[in-house]
Each structure stands twice: as C-alpha cells, then as structure tokens.
Design a protein around this ligand. Structure first.
Ligand code: ADP
Length: 693
C-alpha cells in the first residue's frame, strides 16, 4: 500500500502543477492532502483530504499564512535551484496539530511550480496521514521490547526456537500418509533425529546459558541436536505432534543434555510466541527438574513409609479430622478462656460436642481388631464418641486440653470402649505436628494395655502380699524390743498403781499426789497402747496414707524399737541429724519399714565382725532429704552390688531376699531413690533420698 501511494505522489506532481487552479475536483478525489502556497507561505489551495486531516475548511485557509494554519514554517525553496532548502529534501515526516489539537503525523512530499510567464512561484505540499501506521509501529516496538524483557526475566531457561524447517520437512512426509503423525514419527527415530537437527535455537536467555553450562549465548545457538538425548526422542515426537495440531502450549517432563554433556531431568514447556505463529518461532522454557523429582521421590517414599507404618503397625493407629475442634478452640480463646479443664468442668456438654465433631479419617487393621469392628469402613467417617466411656473421660479431656494448649503430643494411660461395649485399658498417644495441626488433622496410637494392666495388678498384689509377709516376719525380730517397750510402761503403771493404793490407804489421802500418779498411769498406758498400735499397723495390710513425715523422728522411733536388738548384738549407734530437716510427704508406716529393714540388715551384717558401729545421718541436699545408714559389717561383694534390690536375692541361709526389694518399691513410690555402696575400710552404706516437702 505504502509503495503504491508513493507512485501516485510522483506521478501526480507534474500534473498538479499544470492542473492547479484549472480543475480542483481532481485533487478532492485524492487520499492525500494537497496544499498550495506561494513563496511567502500564503495558501492558495486546500483540498478535501486536507479538510479531513486537519479539520480546517478550505474557505478558512485559502489566503491565510501556512504557519498560522498548520503551526510549522512553510517549506523554503531555493530560488536559483528550485529545490526545497530543507537539507535539499523534498520529502519529510512532519508532526502537526489539527484544528482540534490532535497530533497527526504527515509524510509530506513537495512539488514546486517555478516562476514563469508572469506567474508567481507556487509550492505544493502533498501529505499522507501516517498517524495510525506510526502508532502501530510504536506499539509493535514496545511489544517487542516487552517480549525481550520477559524472555530475559523468566525464572526458567528460555529458548527461542525456529521451527520453520521442521514444519516443511514434516508436512512433506505426512502428505502421503493417513496414520496418526505421532505414531508414524515414533516408529521412525532416524527421521525424528533429522527433525531434531533441523530445529534451530535462535536465542537463549541468561538463565539458559547458566543451566546448560555454556560460556556464552553463541555456543547454544544453532541446532538443538546436541542438547536432545536419544532417551527424549519420543518427547520430541509429542512436541512436534502438538505443534502440528495447532496447540499453542506443550509441557512434558523429559531429559536434556547440558553443554558439558551431563544429562538432567527437565520440565520442558513450549508455547508459540505472541504473534509469531506465522514464521514458526517458538519460545520454550526448560526448568531443571532434578531437585523437584528428587523431592517428589522423597515425598512418595515418606508417604509409602507412613502408609506402611500406619497400616502395618501392631498398635492401633488412627487418623482423625479435628477441623471443627480447632474452630471451637478459637471460639473459646476469643471469649477469653485460658483454662480448658476448668471450662469443661463447668460446661461438661462441650466435651461430648467435641467428641461428636472429631471424625475418623482412617484406621488400621489393628484398630479394627482391637475395637471389635467388622471392617475399617465401619469406623471411617464416624465420630469417636462410641469409643469413650462417659464416666472415664480423663484421658480424652487431657488430650483436648493438651491440644488446646498447643502441645504437639499427649500420652496417658486410659480406658476406652470397644464397639461391642467391652472396656479396655490403653496407652493413648496423640500426636499432631504443626503441619497436621494446621490442617486440623491428628494421629493416635493406641496400645492395648489390658494384659499388661492385669499383669501389673497381679504384680502389685503379689508385692503387697510379700510386703505384708515381710512386715510380719520382721515382727518376729521385733518381739524382744516390743516386749521391752511394753514392759517398761506396764512396770511403771504397776509401780504407780501400787503407790496410789498406798496413798489411798492414808487416813487423809494426798489428792495432789494421787492426781499426779494417775496422770503418770494414763501416760504410760498411752505409751503402751501406741507401741501396740504401731505393731498392729505394721502387721495389717492397709493401704498407706501420705502425710508430712519427719525423717529424723522416724529414725529415732526405729532406734527405740530396735534398741534391745542393738544392745543384744552390741552395736553402738550414733545419729547425725540435720536440724530443721524438712518433712517428706509419705506413708510413715512404709517409711518406717524401710528404716527398720536397713537397720536390721546392718545389725546382721555386723554380727560377724568385732567392730560394730552404726551411723545414721540425715541431710538436706537441694530439694531432697537423704538418710544414710552406714555399718562396719562385712560389706557387699562387688558382684552382688547390682543384685541387692532384686526380689529374692539373699546371701543369708534363712533370708527371704525381699527386704531391699520392698524398700526400693516403697522409696520409688515416694518419688525417691535408694543406693548401696561399700565403705572403706569396711562395711556398707545405704542412702535413701526422698523429695523434701
Ligand atoms: P535378706 O535380708 O532376707 O537377705 P534383703 O533384701 O534385706 O533380704 O537383703 C538382700 C541381701 O543384701 C542380703 O542377703 C545381703 O547379702 C545384702 N545386704 C543387705 N544389707 C546389707 C548390709 N548392710 N551389709 C552387707 N550386705 C547387705
């Protein structure tokens, strides 16, 4: 079009000169503006196209100065040469304003009518409005620049590919075949390789240079052959087929080869560049997929591991959806609730509401067996309500409370219910990583403890029986002390009773003395009764009651109880008590039993040695009080040190071997420890540590 118009210009110019002023209508038919003016710039002609382009009517321009109407200086013409003086050019592009102020771009040509035969010189400008064309060119330039920017800026390696030769080749081959091009190509790898060779890289961005380990852009330009390994031939066929089918987008995982020959997993994406379909220019992006693939493999592995672990676990595994619970917690927090336990104590119905809202997402076969379901399907999708006993909710509430406080795990022994209604003792563990928690999910591991709880109960019963037996057996050894202890108050009662009788026989009984005697009698009777009560409490299999106990007093009492025993063997006992020793919280009878046991063992260990000294020391160490019983006996054989506290370990012919085992059970039940060591040069030392109150 553009060139055609130029021809019209040049052919019209001589005619214009001749026809001007004779038949103006010819010029009104033209697309171009035709403006005639004299050497001073005064306009003498203004055609219809000029009216359209500039908005000025002919009547308003003829006779006026060119500059006034069009804003720019009129063309200057060299009088001698008759050329335009504007660098000698007879053609130029001019930016002008129309009557209403719009900018127009005019491609202007000039024709000059020389002075002759008394006619003044006349200059004729023929202007083509190229505003729209220039705008389109500008837009195209901007688009091209934007495309270049995007090409460079994409986070992937971007390649511009020239596909022209490929299309020509493929279309040539496929003309004569009916088959699906994809299959046809795949069956001919040698031809596909030819296509690969014909696929030309025309540009690549900086990331592409990095990814393919090239030193510069030029290294990568040319055929893609060396970057496209054999293993990816099929992927190339897919790409070609997609392009031939007119698809503008193609994406595939494939293998690519770097400039240094190393292959890597790549995500290959091809799309036709905007407006480039005509010349078969494609933009492809290649992303290094190795890390993503490794990540995906790791995810698959961990999913498989999780699934195996979940479904193969010997414990009952649950996957729960607690999304609604999270919403309830948020509501509570918004209302200022910070102590969940306190809140549900006052609003117990909330516990059941939450229970109903927690849904089973998945369970393993062990769960199906343990909870007596027919299949996993019977449990999945249902709430957890059937599995909790309404009057045994400590574990469930504990778990909710832990969750409310954001603790990732919770573990507790508890009791649950099977679908058949049987109660089972379980070790309940809830765990929810932050990722799970954020998704409102959690996992449970439930271990059936019924057998273990039964076994533990049996063990505890057995220990209690042994403990009772041991207490009763130590009573035998205590008999002498008991007799002594009771004899003393009884003798005192008898003596005071006799004295009272004598005073009563006086004609005037001394009531003051009598009162004193009867008070002594009462006190002695109490002492005797305390001793008897103490013996009875040791002999009875009662469950201990914890209260603050002074260790110093207990040791003192034990020494009193065992005084005759100590005397008999000739043991010299010394005490080193820390004054103001804090109490311990415990069962005085049980703790007394520990001390009596240790002292009796010490006495027995010293029976065969000439030097018999017993030391009893108490001391506060940090937040624990400790009692150490040290003797100068035979000591403990090194190989036996680790066995002493085991049940039925004894080195005595008549020993039962349960005294120290019971001592340890009692001490540990009080949150303490007991250890034995040998002393230099002889003897053994037993230390009991208990938490100070
Ligand atoms: P028994 O006294 O019936 O043997 P214990 O459990 O009280 O049962 O003690 C276990 C064993 O620990 C004793 O047989 C003895 O070998 C050893 N033993 C305990 N106390 C001492 C001690 N003070 N000195 C040396 N050995 C001791």
């Amino acid at each position: 079009m553009k060139s055609t118009r130029r021809v019209i210009h040049s052919s019209l110019v001589p005619e214009t000169v001749q026809l001007l002023g004779v038949d103006c209508d010819v010029f009104d038919l033209m697309q171009e503006s035709v403006i005639a003016f004299d050497a001073n710039g005064r306009i003498s002609f203004w055609n219809a196209a000029s009216e359209r382009i500039y908005g000025w009517q002919r009547a308003d321009t003829v006779g006026r100065l060119f500059q006034e109407v069009l804003g720019d200086q009129p063309w200057q013409v060299d009088d001698t040469s008759g050329n335009a003086s504007d660098n000698g050019a007879c053609s130029k592009e001019i930016h002008r304003r129309t009557l209403c102020g719009r900018e127009v771009v005019i491609q202007a040509n000039l024709a000059i009518q020389s002075k002759s035969a008394g006619r003044a010189q006349r200059i004729i400008e023929i202007g083509l409005d190229v505003t729209v064309q220039r705008q389109a060119e500008l837009e195209a330039r901007v688009a091209q620049r934007q495309y270049r920017n995007v090409f460079q800026a994409v986070a992937a390696s971007a390649w511009e590919i020239d596909f022209t030769a490929v299309r020509v080749l493929v279309l040539g081959w496929l003309k004569s075949i009916d088959e699906d091009p994809r299959q046809w190509l795949k069956a001919r790898p040698a031809l596909v390789r030819e296509l690969i060779r014909a696929t030309i890289v025309t540009d690549v961005n900086d990331r592409g240079i990095q990814l393919f380990r090239a030193s510069n852009r030029e290294q990568l330009l040319g055929s893609i052959d060396r970057y496209w390994p054999e293993a990816s031939t099929d992927d190339f066929c897919e790409w070609i087929a997609s392009a031939l089918a007119g698809e503008t987008f193609f994406s595939r995982e494939t293998r690519q080869r770097r400039h240094d020959g190393v292959e890597f997993d790549a995500l290959f994406t091809a799309s036709f560049a905007p407006g480039a379909t005509e010349d078969d220019r494609l933009v492809v992006t290649i992303v290094d997929y190795s890390d993503i693939k490794r990540g995906q493999a790791a995810v698959r592995e961990s999913e498989a591991f999780y699934t195996d672990m979940f479904h193969g676990a010997a414990f009952s595994a649950w996957h729960l959806d607690a999304t609604e619970t999270q919403a309830i917690y948020s509501g509570l927090r918004a209302r200022g609730v910070t102590d969940f336990r306190a809140y549900v104590a006052e609003n117990p119905e909330l516990v059941f509401q939450i229970m109903e809202a927690i849904k089973v997402v998945d369970v393993n076969e062990t769960s199906v067996r343990l909870f007596g379901a027919i299949s996993r399907g019977q449990m999945i999708g249902q709430s957890v309500t059937p599995y909790w006993l309404p009057d045994r909710l400590e574990t469930f509430i504990g778990s909710l409370d832990a969750s409310f406080r954001g603790c990732p795990t919770f573990e507790s022994l508890g009791r649950m219910r099977t679908l058949a209604g049987n109660e089972i003792d379980v070790l309940f563990t809830r765990s929810a990583s932050s990722t799970l928690r954020n998704a409102g999910q959690l996992l449970l591991a439930i271990v059936d403890m019924t057998d273990k709880v039964n076994a533990q109960n049996a063990l505890a019963e057995m220990q209690a029986t042994f403990a009772h037996a041991a207490r009763v057996s130590s009573l035998g050894e205590l008999t002498a002390s008991i007799a002594h202890e009771i004899n003393q108050p009884l003798a005192a009662i008898a003596a005071n009773g006799e004295a009272a009788s004598r005073w009563l026989a006086h004609p005037v009984p001394d009531l003051g003395r009598l009162r004193g005697l009867s008070e002594d009698i009462i006190a002695d009777a109490r002492r005797a009764s305390d001793v008897v009560g103490h013996i009875r409490s040791m002999a009875s299999p009662q469950v201990g009651q914890y209260r603050p106990v002074s260790l110093n007093s207990l040791v003192g009492d034990a020494l009193t109880l065992l005084s005759s025993q100590l005397n008999k063997v000739g043991v010299q006992a010394t005490c080193d008590f820390q004054p103001d020793l804090p109490n311990v919280l415990g069962d005085p009878v049980q703790l007394q039993q520990v001390i009596v046991n240790l002292i009796l063992n010490a006495i027995q260990a010293m029976e065969a040695t000439p030097c018999r000294r017993l030391s009893l020391n108490t001391v506060l160490q940090g937040d624990h009080v400790s009692l150490t019983v040290i003797d100068t006996g035979l000591g403990i054989r090194t190989e036996n040190l680790g066995k002493l506290f085991g049940s039925f370990f004894t080195t005595k012919t008549d020993g039962m071997g349960i005294g120290l085992a019971i001592c340890r059970t009692i001490v540990e039940a009080h949150g303490g420890t007991i250890v034995a060591v040998n002393c230099a040069p002889r003897g053994a030392s037993f230390t009991v540590r208990l938490p100070a109150q």
